[in-house]
Write a protein of this length. Sequence first.
Length: 94
Amino acid sequence: MVVVVMLLICTERHRSTANGSENEYTVESVRASLIRQEDTIIFSVIERARFPLNSPTYHQHYASIPHFSGSLLDVVLDYTEAIQAKVLATSYLP
């Protein structure tokens, strides 16, 4: 999804520029675009966190999950971190 958004933004930038030297994709232009997108995503997540609309997700006793005590959000974060750690550990194997 993020790659699609990046390509759409780069394509739109490519169409909107008139100068020939700015029409080329370079590592720096893609990097700058990704940095802007990352900043936008992080800012949006921070803004979204200020207004939790799904409040049961943040309550500790909303979901009963075996072998875990915490909110549904805590469960999702813990499992996501565990999966990312496993992927990272296996990516460095020879």
